[in-house]
Write a protein that binds this ligand. Structure first.
Ligand SMILES: CCCCCCCCCCCCCCCCCCCCCCC/C=C/C(=O)SCCNC(=O)CCNC(=O)[C@H](O)C(C)(C)COP(=O)(O)OP(=O)(O)OC[C@H]1O[C@@H](n2cnc3c(N)ncnc32)[C@H](O)[C@@H]1OP(=O)(O)O
Ligand SMILES: Cc1cc2nc3c(=O)[nH]c(=O)nc-3n(C[C@H](O)[C@H](O)[C@H](O)COP(=O)(O)OP(=O)(O)OC[C@H]3O[C@@H](n4cnc5c(N)ncnc54)[C@H](O)[C@@H]3O)c2cc1C
Length: 679
C-alpha cells in the first residue's frame, strides 16, 4: 500500500478518557502490544493492519453516513454500494495493496457487514480459479481481477440447501448449438439466497446438474453472465432476478433469487479443470479431482473461525467489558458508593469466560487459516490427500466456534442490561451478523456429521494399526492413534496445561469410540446403514464437538509454548485465559470428562474452585485484555464500548439523532390518533 504522509486521524479518541478507565488501565501487568501481535499473527501484521485502518479513517469516501443503526434497507444498500465503488476504485488504482491490507481495510469500511461484492472475492473468484482450466482462466481472469466482472456464488435453491446432490437446476448440453441450457424446472428449483445476486453482480458461478447425451452427470459449476455489462439490466433470454426481501440482519446485502427459463450459455462456460463436455457431447472427468468443487466452502468455513467467531465475540466482549467498567449499579456495601458492575462475581464469570473464548477462537482460527493456506497449496497442485482432514477440521470448527460465539455474544448483550438492547450498544448488529454464519456455508448438525464421518474412518484405521506413524504430523486426529494403544494417565489437580490437552484428547477418543459402538450396534441389529447413521447422530455430533475442542486447546497450547520463551507477563495472562476456557468446558461437559479421564466429582469441584480463582487473577487486566484486540472505535460502532468510556454522553447523542426526534410532534399522531378522537 502506498504510504500516506497526511495520516493524522487517530484510531481512538484518547483526549477525554473517563477517569475510571485511566485507573483501570494502570493496573495492567503485561505488555499489551505483544499480545496484540499474537492476535494479529505477528508485529508486521499489526503494523500492516494499523496502516490499512488509518488509510480508511483518512478517506472521506468511507464514512458511515447516515448513522448505520438508523439507515433503512434502501439506505443501507446504497451506502454499501457507494463505499464498495470507492473501495474497488482504490484497489484498482493502487496495485501495491496486499491481500492482508485489503482484508483489513474491508473490515473497517464495512464494520460488521458482509458487503454485496464480498462473494466476488470469497467464493466466485476462488471457485473459478480452482475449477477453470488454463484457457478459461486466460480468457476470464483479467476481467475478474479488474472487477469488470463482479460475480457471486449461486448454489442454494428455494427447496434445497444442505443436500447439494439434490439441487434441481439443470444444465443440459445442446450439441446443435454447442450450448448448455440452464433451467429451473420447478418453483423449488429457483436459486435463492446468494449474496449480491439481487441487484449487484453481473456474473455468477452457478451449480447445476449437468445433463449430456441423456445422462445426468451430477452437480457441476458453470460461469454465467446475468446482467448486461453496460446497462446492468438482467440479460434477455430467460432470467428472472430479484432481491429476496428483508432478513434478520444483512440489511445492506442484496441476497437474491434467480429463475432460469431455458437460458443458454456457451459450452465453454462449464468450468473444465476436473470434468468436461467435448464438442460432440462426450462427458469426461478426472475422478481424483472431483471434490475440488467443494473447495470454496472449505475456504470460507476455515476463515469464519477467526473472522466471525473470533472477531465477532471479541468485539462483543470488548463492548461488555468497557461498559462494565463504567456502569455503577446496586448497593454492594451498605452506605457506600455503588460499585462498577465489573466487581460482581456473577458479571465476571460471564464476561471473563467469554473473553477467554474469544482469545481461544482468535488464536486457533489464525492457526486454521495458516493450515488452510499450507494444505491448499498442494491441493491446488492436484494432491488432494490433505483435503479430508481440512474438510473435517474446517466443518467441525466452523460449527463449534460459531455455536459458542453466538451464545457468548448474546450473554455479553444480556450483561449490559437495558442499554445492551439498544442498537447503540453495537451488540445486536454483531449478533445478527455472526448468527447468519451459523446457517450459511452449512448448518451445524450437518457439518458436525461430516466431521464425525471422517473421525470414524480414522478410528477404524487406528484400530488396525499399532502406531501413529501412518498419519502425517499435521493431522489433528493423530491423538486417536496415540491414545488408543496407550494407558490412560493419572491426572493431577489442578491440571497442568499438558494434562488439560490430554484430558480433551481422551474425552474425544471416548466420544468417538462410543459413536462407533452405537453405529455398529445398530448395524448389528440389521438396520440399513443410513438408518443406523441417523440414529447415531447424537453420539456422532458429540464426537465431532469433542474433536473440535481438541484442536482449540492443542493449538492454543502450542501458541503458549512459543510465548513462554518470549514474555513471562503475556504467558501468564494468556495461560489464565487458556485455563479458564478449558476448565469451563470441562465443567460444562463434566460427565464426559469423568468417564473418559477417570476423574471424580470432587476433582470437578476443584476445577470449579480454580475457575473462581482465575476470575480474581484476570480482573486487574480486563481492560488491557480487550484493548489488546485493538479495535478502532469505528469498527465497534458502540456507545457502550468506546475506548474513552464516555458512555452516557454517547447514548444521549445517539438518542438525539433518532429520526423520530426530527419533529417534536409526529405527523402520524395527527393523521391517526387525533382523527379518531375528533370523530
Ligand atoms: C487477524 C489476522 C489477519 C490475517 C490476514 C488476513 C489474510 C487474508 C485472508 C482472507 C480472509 C478472507 C475472509 C473471509 C471472511 C468470510 C466472510 C464470508 C462472507 C461470505 C458470505 C456468505 C456466503 C454464503 C455462501 C453459501 O452459503 S454457499 C452454500 C453453502 N452450502 C453448503 O454449505 C451446503 C452444505 N452441504 C454440503 O456441504 C454437502 O453437500 C454435504 C456434505 C452435506 C453433502 O453430503 P453428501 O453425502 O451428499 O456428499 P457427497 O456425496 O456429495 O460427497 C461425500 C464425500 O465428499 C466429502 N465432502 C463433502 N463436502 C466436502 C467438502 N466441502 N470438501 C471436501 N470434501 C467434502 C465427504 O466427506 C465425502 O467424502 P468420503 O466419501 O470420502 O467420505
Ligand atoms: C445470510 C445468508 C447468506 C447466504 N448466502 C448464500 C450464497 O451466497 N450462496 C448460496 O448458494 N447460498 C447462500 N445461503 C444459503 C445457505 O447456504 C443455506 O441456507 C444453508 O446451506 C442451509 O440450507 P437450507 O436453508 O436449505 O436448510 P435445510 O437444508 O433445509 O436445513 C434445515 C434444517 O434441517 C436440518 N437438516 C437438514 N439436513 C439435515 C441432515 N442431513 N442431517 C441433519 N439435519 C439436517 C438442520 O437442522 C437444518 O438447519 C445463504 C444463507 C444465508 C442465511
Amino acid at each position: 500500500m502506498k504510504q500516506d504522509e497526511t495520516m493524522k486521524v487517530k484510531r481512538y479518541d484518547d483526549t477525554n478518557v473517563n477517569p475510571d478507565f485511566v485507573a483501570e488501565r494502570k493496573k495492567c501487568t503485561f505488555n499489551i502490544e505483544l499480545l496484540t501481535n499474537i492476535i494479529d499473527g505477528s508485529s508486521y501484521l499489526t503494523e500492516t493492519r494499523r496502516q490499512a485502518q488509518l488509510a480508511v479513517l483518512n478517506n472521506e469516501s468511507f464514512s458511515n453516513l447516515p448513522d448505520r443503526y438508523y439507515a433503512s434497507r434502501d439506505e443501507a444498500y446504497a451506502q454499501n454500494i457507494r463505499k464498495s465503488a470507492a473501495y474497488i476504485k482504490l484497489l484498482k488504482e493502487d496495485k501495491s495493496i496486499s491481500r492482508a491490507e485489503s482484508y483489513f481495510m474491508q473490515c473497517l469500511i464495512f464494520p460488521n457487514e458482509v458487503p454485496p461484492f464480498s462473494l466476488h472475492t470469497t467464493m466466485f473468484t476462488p471457485t473459478f480459479e480452482s475449477m477453470a482450466d488454463e484457457e478459461q482462466k486466460k480468457l476470464w481472469m483479467p476481467r475478474i481481477e479488474n472487477y469488470e466482472i463482479l460475480g457471486t456464488y449461486i448454489q442454494t435453491e428455494m427447496g434445497h440447501g444442505t443436500n447439494v446432490r439434490g439441487l434441481e437446476t439443470t444444465a443440459t448440453f445442446d450439441p446443435s448449438t454447442d450450448e448448455f441450457i440452464i433451467h429451473s424446472p420447478t418453483l423449488t428449483s429457483i436459486k435463492w439466497w446468494p449474496g449480491g445476486l439481487g441487484k449487484t453482480c453481473n456474473c455468477a458461478i452457478v451449480m447445476a446438474s449437468l445433463i449430456t447425451n441423456g445422462r445426468n452427470e451430477g452437480i457441476h459449476p458453470f460461469i454465467v453472465q446475468l446482467r448486461d455489462f453496460e446497462t446492468h439490466e438482467p440479460l434477455k433470454g430467460g432470467l428472472t432476478i430479484g432481491d429476496i426481501g428483508t432478513k434478520l440482519g444483512f440489511h445492506g446485502m442484496d441476497n437474491g433469487f434467480v429463475k432460469f427459463d431455458q437460458f443458454r450459455i456457451p459450452r465453454r462456460n462449464m468450468l473444465m479443470k476436473s470434468a468436461k463436455v467435448t464438442r460432440d457431447g462426450t462427458y469426461q472427468k478426472e475422478k481424483k479431482l472431483e471434490k475440488l468443487k467443494y473447495g470454496s466452502m472449505v475456504f470460507v468455513r476455515a476463515m469464519l473461525v477467526f473472522n466471525q467467531a473470533g472477531q465477532g465475540l471479541a468485539q462483543a466482549v470488548t463492548i461488555a467489558a468497557r461498559y462494565s467498567c463504567v456502569r455503577r449499579q446496586s448497593e454492594y456495601a451498605p452506605g457506600q458508593e455503588e460499585p462498577h458492575i465489573i466487581e460482581y462475581q456473577a458479571q465476571q464469570h460471564i464476561l471473563f469466560t467469554e473473553l477467554a473464548a474469544s482469545y481461544i477462537f482468535y488464536i486457533a482460527g489464525n492457526k486454521l487459516r495458516e493450515l488452510y493456506f499450507t494444505m491448499n497449496y498442494d491441493i491446488q497442485k492436484g494432491d488432494l490427500s490433505d483435503l479430508p482432514e481440512l474438510h473435517a477440521l474446517s466443518a467441525g470448527l466452523k460449527a463449534l466456534t460459531l455455536d459458542e460465539a453466538v451464545v457468548g455474544i448474546e450473554r455479553c448483550r444480556l450483561i449490559c442490561g437495558g442499554h445492551g438492547y439498544s442498537a447503540a450498544s453495537g451488540i445486536p448488529k454483531i449478533y445478527t451478523e455472526v448468527v447468519a454464519a451459523c446457517t450459511y456455508e452449512g448448518v451445524h448438525p450437518v457439518l458436525y456429521l461430516q466431521t464425525a464421518r471422517y473421525l470414524l474412518k480414522v478410528y477404524q484405521a487406528a484400530l488396525l494399526s499399532s502406531s501413529a506413524s501412518s498419519l502425517p504430523d499435521n493431522q489433528s486426529s493423530k491423538y486417536i492413534f496415540r491414545h488408543l494403544h496407550s494407558e490412560r494417565p493419572r491426572f493431577h489437580f489442578p491440571l497442568s496445561f499438558v494434562e488439560i490437552v490430554e484430558a480433551f484428547e481422551r474425552r474425544a477418543l471416548m466420544c468417538i469410540e462410543k459413536a462407533s459402538k452405537k453405529l455398529d450396534g445398530l448395524l448389528a441389529t440389521g438396520r440399513p446403514h443410513h438408518e443406523a447413521w441417523n440414529y447415531s447422530a447424537c453420539y456422532l455430533i458429540r464426537a465431532a464437538k469433542a474433536h473440535s475442542h481438541v484442536y482449540l486447546t492443542s493449538s492454543v497450547h502450542e501458541q503458549l509454548e512459543t510465548v513462554r520463551q518470549e514474555d513471562a507477563g503475556v504467558y501468564t495472562v494468556l495461560g489464565q485465559l487458556f485455563e479458564l476456557y478449558a476448565l469451563k468446558s470441562i465443567v460444562d461437559h463434566a460427565v464426559e470428562f469423568i468417564e473418559s479421564c477417570g476423574i471424580t466429582t470432587d476433582q470437578i469441584n476443584i476445577c470449579i474452585e480454580r475457575i473462581e480463582a482465575l476470575l480474581l487473577n484476570i480482573r486487574p487486566n480486563v481492560l488491557p485484555l480487550v484493548d489488546a484486540f485493538d479495535f478502532p472505535d469505528r469498527l465497534l460502532g458502540s456507545a457502550l464500548g468506546c475506548y474513552d468510556g464516555n458512555v452516557y454522553q454517547r447514548l444521549y447523542e445517539y438518542a438525539l439523532n433518532s429520526p423520530l426526534n426530527k419533529s417534536t410532534v409526529n405527523v402520524a399522531y395527527f393523521v391517526y390518533y387525533i382523527a379518531i378522537n375528533i370523530s
